[in-house]
Write a protein that binds this ligand. Sequence first.
Ligand code: 5GP
Ligand code: ZN
Length: 143
Amino acid sequence: MSDCIFCKIIDGEIPGRKIYEDEDVFAFLDISQVTKGHTLVISKEHVRNIFDYSDELAATVFSKIPKIARAVKTFDPEVKGLNLLMNNEPIASQSVFHGHVHLLPRYSEHNDGFGLKWEEHSSDYSDQELDDIQQAVIKALDN
Ligand code: 5GP
Ligand code: ZN
């Protein structure tokens, strides 16, 4: 879809720190880094959100999530767990209308239960630090 930022990231028209890609699925670091390593998993097919997923697309996308989640869990020894989250429609806080699953690694110092503080942390990291996070997750994916 021509005016979709996530389609543009898939196509390389705008930069994104890619973690994983195959024929159907694309994963990349979320720019906001709500927690360090915050990753988004999307289908290459442009679909608005979960309500437009076919059973087949859901099977394809969700079957890749455990592997990516293990990498986001193990890239940093301080990660103790991970939340999966999908916001669907504005009332549920969806702001980019290309369906995406958030993978949010959880660290002990952020252990505030389900009430995760949804705060922008992009400015906490230099480009080099974000590159290092990207490379560490990719390495964990290969292990
Ligand atoms: P939503 O609120 O729709 O569930 O989440 C959208 C997510 O997309 C947000 O966490 C936001 O930080 C992320 N995002 C928005 N624009 C970009 C971008 O250009 N690049 C990356 N990597 N993430 C983005
Ligand atoms: Zn799209």
